[in-house]
Design a protein around this ligand. Sequence first.
Ligand code: ADP
Length: 310
Amino acid sequence: MKIGIVGAGMVGSAAGYAIALKGTASKIVFVDYNAALAKAQAEDIAHAVPFASSTVVMAGDYADLKGAKAVILAAGVGQKPGESRLQLLARNAEVFRQIIGKVLDAAPDAVLLIATNPVDIMTQIATELSGLPPTRVIGSGTILDTARFRHLIGEHLGVSPRSVHAYVLGEHGDSEVLCWSSARAGALSVKEFSAQMRVPLTEGIKAKIDDGVRNAAYTIINGKGATWYGIGAGLERLFRAVARDEQTVLSVSIVTPKVEGVSNVALSLPRIVGAQGVVADLFPELDDAEHEALGASARLLKTTLDALEY
Ligand code: ADP
C-alpha cells in the first residue's frame, strides 16, 4: 500500500523512517515545498531500507500521490518571534489550505492522517477544508501520550506496557485527561493489580506519572529543541491500522459530534481504526473529575477554534 507524506521535516521524515523500517507501506512518497529537502530525506531513508524491508521511498510532486491510500500531513511553519499562538495557527491553516485540495485531487480516496500541531485544531481545520467525512481525517492526537501513560504505569507495576490498557483523552496538550478510573493491567483495575502484586499505587505516585506524561514533550524540547521519533512511531502505528484494516483501538483525534455537551470538536477518544478510517468511537467509564476535565478540555479547544480566523 502506498502512502504519501506531505511535509518532510523532522516529524514527517521520522514517520517515513518508521514506516520504511517496518515495511508497512510498499511505497512512500515525500512531498514538500522545499523539494531539495524532500529529495534528501527520501534518499537518506531509502539507504536504510536494504537493511530492513522492501519499501520504495521517493520524493515527488502532488501528482505522485495518485493511488495513495493514506496521506500524512506533517507540513507546517515555525513560530516567528513575537507571534501569538493564534497567529501561528492561522498561518498553519493557510499551509493546509494550500495543500489539501492538491492532495485530494491526486488521492481522492486517501485517509488523511494529521500530524501538524496543535494537532486537534489542525485536524478540525483539515476536516473543514477537505469536506471529507470526519472519520477519514484522523489526528495523531493523544496516541503518544497514551503510549507514555502505559509505559509509566507498566514500569511502576512491573508489567509490560502491552498488558496495560489505559488512555489519555481530550486535547493533545496541557488540558489532556489521564483516564485512571478505567485503566487496567491484565484484566484487573490498576488498583486491584497493585494490591495483588503488592506494589503501592498512591495518589503521590499517580501524580508523578501524570506529570511524566503531561510534561514529557517539554523535557525533550528542552534537551533537543523538538520531538520526532516518538510521534514518528505513533504515526506508523496509526497508518498500520489503516493499511491492514486492523480495527485496532487507538486514542486519536477526529471531529466528534458530541463530547461532554460540546458539539463538533476534534479531540482524542479511544476509537476503532481500519481501512476506511475511524469505524467507531468509544466512551470509557470516567469518574466525576475525569468527566469534568474532559469537558474543560473540549471547551478549551472549541474556544481556540472560535477565536481563529482562517
Ligand atoms: P516538524 O518538527 O513539525 O516536522 P519542520 O519545520 O521540521 O517541523 O517540518 C515542517 C515541514 O513542512 C518543512 O519541511 C516545510 O518545508 C514544510 N512545509 C511548510 N509549508 C509547506 C507547504 N505549504 N507545502 C508543503 N510543505 C510545507
